[in-house]
Every structure is written in structure tokens, then in C-alpha cells.
Design a protein around this ligand. Structure first.
Ligand code: BES
Ligand code: MN
Ligand code: ZN
Length: 497
């Protein structure tokens, strides 16, 4: 995809799709929409009236200009109420228009930015969010489908309007491209099924990333993992014929003296059958996505050299496949983690916290300034917050607040869930230091509190991405399938350090 700036008269632009935006509360057409309407002798307004198009957010309407302007088609896009307009709506408007472009097999598209008059949106934010919308919105996973010969969108141009800086817009295009490509990389990896991506394949991918991006890479096999005493992680892995791999990538800023280091830890269950506490078949479908946290970590690590933050970043994944079988761990088993704590495994389907317990112990030994983990950890989080919002927990309120702000700026919905020490007793076991499940209430919170036992004093946040990691139909900038949730928030947060 080529994304560029268009400087000329847009009425004379030879493009397959000229886009104009309409706010719901606009009394009359403004800006490019008014100019197109005039050139079409009021046809735009006429069609809007006939089709009852009021400019509701994400609604589109196609109009044929019948040769009165150079564009083949005009696409009206609804922007909603102007006072409800946000940078994320700007991003989503672009995702929506590229889907409209796909429906008519347009190869080129020209659009202005929206809602910037009189607002605090900078040129760079406008072009960054627009670029993200375009690249995220055109994503599709079609690797395993028969190739059909279809025309796809290849050229997207943003109109340069009076008072905008071409240099700042180019900078926004560059930043948006990095963030969106990283997200799409995570999506591609998550969308791969369990028979393609097992722990060894994930480790091989990590190795390739390290080579390409100049990161250091340490991969541990079963022998090395048991030497470190990661009994909880190994317990999860032992049921599968696909052996586990522990992945540790490190980005170090070049030529700079990094004052800080952070660790990002991703849940990497390449398939979650539930183990002996086997899932019903309906819930087992889509469980290839249980590696989403890991894929987000890999995508972020891969793009760090492009954004060059002045912080050392450790990317950590305890990859395993959770399977039943003759060697599988049983309910009632007691395992010992790297920090010496014992866990009674009462449900083998609460496996993520077992692998993360050891991964967090490992990360803690690196003495990072902060730690962040991402995990498709609990169905309870989806019940609590719905499927579009990640749950954020942690042991440091200032860190939680700062991260939530980054997520919002990056256009990802995240919301805090409270730790509650009244619930601590739910994780008490009669035979071990902890058990791996609570009762049916507050399951996302007890899972987070379980992880807290392996973090120590390091400022840490836990992001439960079980809801937004995958969406069959998609929404907003997510065309369906894996979403790559967390990539943009993490990149934005790390850039701010
Ligand atoms: N990977 C699942 C959580 C999940 C559910 C992710 C739905 C994405 C969508 C996790 O390993 C799991 O099975 N959690 C159990 C925990 C329970 C046994 C305490 C759950 O949520 O049911
Ligand atoms: Mn599970
Ligand atoms: Zn799981």
C-alpha cells in the first residue's frame, strides 16, 4: 500500500474513490463536501436526502459523479456528532472508508482529514490515525484460501489543506505505518492455527525476528527450563507431544545509555484444549488465540528498532501447548514455581496463570524498572467488561493510570479492575501455598491476584485481553479474526519512557 499526500485540486484528482466526511450536526455541507456538492450541482445533497443519509458515525454512501469531477466515485462517510468526535473516531473513519473501497474494488482513494478545524488535533495525529485506520482496516488473513483475482486498494492519498505541514504529515504516516504493520504482524501470527504454530514454531519465529531486528535472543528447551525450576510451566506443557520453548528477546538502545529496562511478558499457549479439565467443544474453538499475548510481545519487539526508544526492553514468553493425554498434568497435582511457591492445580484449564507465574519470576530476576504482562487469561474478564475492552490490574496505581492513558491515546479500550484483598482467601489451598482457581465470582481479579504472588515489589501491570484478542466479525479498525490488541498501546507507552 502506498500512502501519500495530495496537493492539487481534488476536484481534478483521478482517483477511484473520493471521500468526503459529513458530521451529523452540520447544518449545511462544509469544506470538501460543499465543493463536491457544488461541482455536482447539488446532487450530493439530493442523494443524501433521498437515501436518508444523516452522517451517523461509520455509515457510508456511494455517489456517482457522472463525469462532473475527475473521481470515478464519491464516498460519503458519516462522522457522527461533532462533539463526540475523537482521534479514535478519526482512525475508525479511515478503516471504514477502506472497507467501502474494497466493496467496489477501488484501487485508489483520496480523502481529506476530518474534524480538525478548531480542534486540538495536530497534523501528525491526523495523519498517524488516518494511516493506522487505512492499514488496519485493509487487513485480511487469506493465506489458506484459493487466490481470487481481485483488485485491491493500492494507493491512498491524504489531502493537504491550507495550514497543514507536509513534513509533519509525513512523520505521522511513518509512525502510523510502524504501529499498524506491527499490529498486522501480530494478527497474522495469532490467526495461524495450532497445527502450524506450536511452541517450537513460535520460538523459531522469535529467532527470525531477533535476527532481522538485531535483538538478542535466548531460547530454552525442557532441560534448561527444568533446571531453572519452572515446575508450574512444565506441568502445563507436559501433556503435549509438542515440547515447550521459553523465549527471551532483548532490545537494547544503540549508542545510548539506557537508564531503564522494562519486561513485557506474553501468555503463549499455542492451543488451549483445557488439558484434562477439558473444554466443551464450543469453548475450545478459537483457542489458537491463546497465544495472543505472546504474539503481541513479538510484534512489539520486532518494531522497537524502528522507533528506537531509550529503554532496554525484555520480551518474555513461556510457550506451551495445553493438551490432555497420558502424560498430562492432573487436577490435584502440586507443582513448584521458580520462586519456590507451591501450587495445587485444581483445574488444568487455568493454565495461563501457571505458565505466567514462572515467566514473571524469570522476568523479575532481570530486575526491570517495570513489568507488563498480556494474557488471554479469563473468560470472566469478558463477562465483566465485554468483548471490546481489556482489563487492567496491577500493584502500582500511578503505573496503571499512565498505561491506561497510553492505551486511550493509541485507540485501544482498556479499563481498570480492582484487586481486593478480601478475595485473597479464595486462592488459599489446604495442601499448598496457593491453588490455581478461585470460585465463580470475580474470576478476572482472582487470576490477576494469583499472578501478583510472583511479581514481588516490581511495579507491574497485568492486561487481560481475553475479550478483544479475537472477534469473528470484527469492529472498528478490526476487520475480523485476530486483532493484535495491545501492540499499539505498548508501542505508545514504551515510546513515552
Ligand atoms: N484461555 C482461557 C481464557 C479465555 C476464554 C480466553 C475465552 C479467550 C476467550 C483460559 O486459559 C481459561 O481457560 N480460563 C478459565 C479459567 C477457569 C478454569 C478458572 C476460564 O476463563 O474459564
Ligand atoms: Mn485454559
Ligand atoms: Zn488459556
Amino acid at each position: 500500500m502506498k500512502i501519500q499526500i495530495y496537493k492539487g485540486d481534488f476536484l481534478k484528482a483521478k482517483t477511484d474513490l473520493l471521500v468526503v466526511g459529513i458530521f451529523e450536526d452540520d447544518k449545511k455541507l462544509k469544506g470538501p463536501a460543499a465543493e463536491v456538492n457544488a461541482a455536482l450541482k447539488n446532487a450530493l445533497q439530493g442523494v443524501m436526502r433521498d437515501e436518508n443519509f444523516k452522517g451517523e458515525f461509520e455509515k457510508t454512501l456511494l455517489v456517482h459523479p457522472l463525469g462532473r469531477i475527475s473521481a470515478k466515485r464519491v464516498c460519503l462517510i458519516g462522522l457522527g456528532k461533532s462533539k463526540e468526535f475523537t482521534t479514535d473516531r478519526h482512525r475508525r473513519a479511515f478503516a471504514r472508508m477502506v472497507q467501502a473501497a474494497k466493496n467496489v474494488q477501488a484501487e485508489s482513494l483520496l480523502s481529506p482529514f476530518f474534524g480538525w478545524e478548531g480542534k486540538a488535533l495536530t497534523d501528525k495525529e491526523l495523519s498517524k490515525t488516518a494511516t493506522e485506520g487505512v492499514l488496519l482496516g485493509t487487513y485480511s488473513f487469506e493465506k489458506y484460501k484459493k487466490k481470487e483475482k481481485k483488485h485491491g486498494l493500492r494507493n491512498v492519498s491524504f489531502m493537504l489543506e491550507a495550514g497543514m505541514s507536509g513534513t509533519r504529515i509525513q512523520a505521522g504516516i511513518r509512525e502510523g505505518t510502524v504501529a499498524a504493520q506491527a499490529t498486522n504482524f501480530a494478527r497474522d501470527l495469532v490467526n495461524e492455527p495450532g497445527n502450524v504454530i506450536n511452541p517450537v514454531a513460535l520460538a523459531n519465529t522469535a529467532r527470525q525476528i531477533a535476527k532481522k531486528a538485531g535483538l538478542s535472543c535466548r531460547i530454552l528447551n525442557v532441560k534448561q527450563i527444568s533446571k531453572l525450576g519452572m515446575g508450574a510451566y512444565l506441568g502445563v506443557a507436559q501433556g503435549s507431544i509438542n515440547p515447550p520453548r521459553f523465549i527471551h528477546l532483548t532490545y537494547r538502545p544503540r549508542g545510548k545509555s539506557a537508564k531503564k529496562s522494562i519486561a513485557i511478558v506474553g501468555k503463549g499457549i499455542t492451543f488451549d484444549s483445557g488439558g484434562l479439565s477439558i473444554k466443551p467443544s464450543d469453548s475450545m474453538q478459537t483457542m489458537k488465540i491463546d497465544k495472543s499475548g505472546a504474539c503481541t510481545v513479538l510484534a512489539v519487539m520486532q518494531s522497537l528498532p524502528q522507533i528506537r526508544p531509550n529503554v532496554t526492553v525484555h520480551g518474555i514468553i513461556a510457550a506451551a501447548e495445553n493438551m490432555p493425554g497420558g502424560r498430562a498434568q492432573r487436577p490435584d497435582d502440586i507443582v513448584r514455581t521458580m520462586n519456590g511457591k507451591t501450587i495445587e492445580v485444581l483445574n488444568t484449564d487455568a493454565e495461563g496463570r501457571l505458565t505466567l507465574a514462572d515467566a514473571l519470576c524469570y522476568a523479575g530476576r532481570l530486575k526491570p524498572y517495570q513489568m507488563i504482562d498480556l494474557a488471554t487469561l479469563t473468560g470472566a474478564c469478558v463477562v465483566a467488561l465485554g468483548e471490546y475492552t481489556s482489563g487492567v490490574m496491577g500493584n502500582d496505581q500511578a503505573f496503571i493510570d499512565k498505561f491506561l492513558k497510553s492505551a486511550k491515546d493509541a485507540g485501544e479500550q482498556m479499563w481498570p479492575l480492582p484487586f481486593d484483598d478480601n478475595m485473597k482467601e479464595k486462592l488459599k489451598s489446604s495442601v499448598a501455598d496457593l491453588k490455581n482457581i478461585g470460585n465463580r465470582y470475580g474470576g478476572a481479579i482472582t487470576a490477576g491476584m494469583f499472578l501478583r504472588e510472583f511479581v514481588g515489589d516490581i511495579p507491574w501491570i497485568h492486561i487481560d485481553i481475553a475479550g478483544p484478542a479475537f472477534h469473528e466479525k470484527g469492529w472498528g479498525c478490526n476487520p475480523g479474526g485476530a486483532t493484535g490488541v495491545g501492540v499499539r498501546s505498548l508501542l505508545h507507552y514504551i515510546s513515552s519512557l
